[in-house]
Design a binder for this molecule. Sequence first.
Ligand SMILES: C[S@@+](CC[C@H](N)C(=O)[O-])C[C@H]1O[C@@H](n2cnc3c(N)ncnc32)[C@H](O)[C@@H]1O
Length: 268
Amino acid sequence: MSRTSIAALANVAAYDGFESADYIDGAPHIKHASLRELYATLLHQVFVRAAAVTPKPRVLDLGAGEGSVTLPFLTLGARVVAIDISQGQLDRLKARCVEFRDSLEIRCQDLNVALHDEKESYDIVVANSLLHHIPDYSSLIRAALGRLNPKGQFFSFQDPLRYSSLGAFQRMFSNGSYYVWRFGKGDVFAGVQRRLRRQRGVFTDSVHDNTEYHVVRDGVDQDQIAALCKSLGFQCDIHKYFSTQSRVMQPIGAAMNLANTFAVIAHR
Ligand SMILES: C[S@@+](CC[C@H](N)C(=O)[O-])C[C@H]1O[C@@H](n2cnc3c(N)ncnc32)[C@H](O)[C@@H]1O
């Protein structure tokens, strides 16, 4: 089985079983008000640019989850197609977005297949907290850019910067912040064992090693993404910021102006 299929199956197993509260606890961009605000600002910027061309923009939300992107875009007046591989996540999305059902289409599909079969074009394609779940995210971005209207935009948020691009202190602070949160979650011994195994370059087919595929490997390569977008004729803005799960460490890292995470807005 390919690493793409293994990662897709790991995501079904992980997200179908996730309780909403557990997801939020491990999702800094939803957990912390400061990151929700940053996200809302960028989302609004993307929407306004699209609405200047099309009053009711069409949005394709990739890896839509419980609807943290779909709902704000619907609220702003967009029409949204939301795709996710987890039916459990989509059931929650549907319930949260019920008042906008006339502007919403929901599809339970593997994006690695869905995007390549997609024939429609969109004003905005979003991949929020998704790229690090996809082994070959470059192919996914290439396919996403191919589904955009001439003035369309690609928007992603909340992926870890390529680890080798971080300075030693940023990396140490980032890892330390993660452990401050992780030690309160139990299962610490097994977690440390997994970490040591991965440091030796040994990965398994387990859910642990394949759900957040690039988080447990090298991060997501922001420079490669910028180069890809530019090579396809897009202007690419990379926004770097600090994010961590710990409520204590989040404001400290942000106040120190550290960055370990990024967003992308690609437009023509
Ligand atoms: C971290 S969550 C992000 C959810 C939402 N976009 C957000 O920001 O809250 C990642 C989502 O991607 C979905 N996903 C992962 N791999 C996928 C794939 N190959 N096809 C479709 N969805 C996938 C997962 O099921 C999960 O709902």
